[in-house]
Design a protein around this ligand. Sequence first.
Ligand code: HEC
Length: 199
Amino acid sequence: MNTDPWWSSENFWRKSAIFVTAFMALILIGLTFHTVSVIVAGTERVPAYAVINNRIDYVFNKERNFQVPKIGAEAPLFGKKLTESEAYDLVTLGKLTVQSKNCMNCHTMLGNGAYYAPDLTKAWLDPGWGTEASREQLMTNFLLDPVGNARTYGSGRRMPNLNITEPEAKGIIAFLKWMSSIDTNGFPANFDPIKQGEE
Ligand code: HEC
């Protein structure tokens, strides 16, 4: 008679391995669908592209203990209110430009990229743009000629000229504005948003 305990049989371990692998595969598939559903534009944490028609405010949330985005009053980018599909086109132009010029070689966006240069996730809200009124023009000038408009804040690092056209620069700014409206769970930490007027 076989006196080995039940859990030492080969058959038991083979079945367990198959069960655990199959179970984890199901969990992974479920999590993948869930992730995709919460990262598309127009959902709770990732606003629709037409958010670039509004002011992006940040307010400190005591419960979560960091700043969270708050979609403010109407404030169309470049003074022109866009439909959702026009906004999508502009943000997409910016995103494609960012990808084709490989900005992530130096910068980080949404946790991806390098840290040679400032994190761009919330660059739209950088107080370095001075005031709300000057921001769009200064960003455009900077992207068209980063060498001539260097603002290195003592780091000595310079952004090279990347031959960005004016429409591309506007697309990039739309992309950055949209990205700043995403609730990134307080990432990057400790940023100080540009002072904006009261509503
Ligand atoms: C070779 C490295 C490099 C590449 C590539 C690069 N940058 Fe930069 N960028 C920098 C450096 C360094 C700074 C900071 C110096 C400065 O502000 O003058 C900077 C600053 C910026 C700022 C200002 C950041 C802030 O918080 O105010 C923006 C916006 C920006 N870059 C956008 C871009 C975009 C968009 C691309 C791609 C089209 C890009 N950069 C590609 C190096 C780079």
